[in-house]
Design a protein around this ligand. Structure first.
Ligand SMILES: *Cc1c(COP(=O)(O)O)cnc(C)c1O
Length: 431
């Protein structure tokens, strides 16, 4: 499979090059040169196959010969180590739980798969590569766990001191080995700026080659298709129209679902549910793409004003807005609506949602109000315990704390406290 840059369709790269580079040299996102179509028979019989086989069938065409099948199978085995249960919340409304992985959020899937690919491509490199990443919370933990102990790869994570939750900080700072955390006395934007400066610093790169584990990397984006197939595998006998609502920030997750549909998975409609950072819902109304300044909300992993993956969605529909609108609806919700629905659903159905899942639920219900008779699924992207500090009163006590979170309480934090100063970080990385 070849990938082209969305900035310049003439620029081509292999899967291997696209994974190692992340972004094309012209800063465009990579997009596959063709969308493979899956056999009808394969889709019809999804429930007869095991998840690892399905994942391999789905991803293999995108990887091509760059990773031998045997090794790809092993990467998939190491990625799919946890289930994706589909829970009935109300009649015809289901939660697809994506939070049963090591850091309790869906990003575990993409991070682990990408780590496997990069580890393979770097297996005989003389010098280790450093994955440098800034995090506002969830990404850092998923990357740390995904790349833990991968030979030839070192990970350095920058996070803003005092601005991530206690559990998120534990996930970044307690692993050790090849994972190091820099606790920056500043904001997420400071961390992001320091990382960007480092990528442009040729002196540093010569001493210590850097790469990113950003969500735009094709090896993080594409494996997110897996769980859409797993969900369909469970519901296919219902023979009803299926709608999936995805709480969206950077729009990578929903874009992978739409990619799965483009490959032949029978999902009739998608809903992008956002918080008040609503660039895409506004775009679908007036055709104008006008990002505002990002606003902080309870669903903080979706506080994105200019979602980087939206260009990929437009490309999937060949820039045809009309075709896009026939398949995608987008709605925005406030924190007040989010909290109210978390309480309501817990009271009526005893199902506890995290703020991101709650936004997804709201989006699904809005669509279903206008389109009765469909089966609706919303993605529950994070475990509620990750957001215990923002849970409304009365719900916090309802959180069932998973065993591995309790275990983590025994580990000590290890991080390097640093000013938001590029020179200080460079000196630390060069040492
Ligand atoms: C990252 C994240 C999202 C948003 O996913 P995108 O692919 O960026 O749209 C939603 N929920 C949670 C919990 C996340 O960590």
């Amino acid at each position: 499979m070849q990938y082209y840059s969305l900035q310049n369709h003439q620029h081509r790269a292999s899967f291997r090059e696209a994974v190692i580079q992340g972004l094309a040299p012209d800063k465009g996102l990579y997009f596959p040169s063709e969308i493979p179509k899956l056999d009808k028979d394969f889709i019809e019989r999804l429930d007869e196959y095991d998840p690892q086989y399905i994942a391999r069938k789905v991803i293999q065409p995108f990887v091509g010969a760059d990773i031998p099948v045997q090794y790809l199978t092993q990467i998939i085995r190491e990625t799919l180590t946890f289930p994706f249960p589909l829970r009935e919340v109300e009649e015809n409304v289901y939660a697809l739980e994506l939070f049963h992985g090591p850091t309790l959020a869906f990003k575990d899937v993409g991070a682990k798969f990408m780590a496997g690919c990069l580890g393979y491509f770097r297996r005989s490199a003389e010098q280790p590569v450093t994955v440098l990443v800034a995090t506002s919370g969830d990404t850092g933990g998923a990357v740390a766990h995904g790349f833990y102990d991968v030979p030839g790869v070192e990970v350095v994570i920058l996070y803003p001191s005092g601005k991530v939750s206690e559990l998120q900080e534990k996930q970044l700072t307690t692993l050790g080995r090849n994972i190091r955390a820099l606790e920056i006395k500043g904001t997420f934007d400071d961390c992001q700026r320091m990382v960007k400066t480092a990528f442009l610093d040729s002196e540093l790169q010569a001493r210590r080659p850097l790469t990113s584990a950003n969500s735009i990397n094709v090896a993080r984006w594409l494996p997110q298709m897996f769980y859409y197939f797993m969900a369909y595998r469970k519901i296919k006998q219902w023979k009803r129209e299926t709608v999936i609502s995805v709480p969206s920030g950077n729009f990578g997750n929903i874009c992978s679902g739409m990619m799965a549909a483009a490959m032949g998975l029978p999902i009739q409609h998608f809903v992008a549910a956002t918080n008040v950072n609503d660039t895409v819902p506004r775009f679908l109304v007036n055709g104008k793409y006008e990002p505002h300044q990002a606003v902080a909300t309870l669903s903080n992993a979706m506080d994105v004003a200019d979602p980087s993956n939206f260009v990929r969605i437009l490309q999937l529909f060949s820039q045809n807005e009309r075709a896009l609108k026939a398949t995608l609806s987008a709605y925005r919700f406030t924190d007040e609506e989010t909290v109210a629905v978390m309480k309501k659903v817990y009271k009526e159905s005893q199902y506890l949602m995290d703020p991101h899942g709650a936004v997804g639920y709201l989006g699904l219900k809005r669509y279903m109000d206008q389109h009765p008779g469909v089966t609706g699924i919303f993605l529950e992207t994070a475990h509620p315990v990750k957001f215990a500090n923002v849970m409304p009163k009365g719900l916090e006590e309802a959180i069932a704390v998973p065993e591995r979170v309790q275990q983590m309480n025994g580990h000590g934090k290890e991080s390097v406290l640093m000013n938001a100063d590029y020179a200080a970080m460079k000196e630390w990385l060069m040492r």
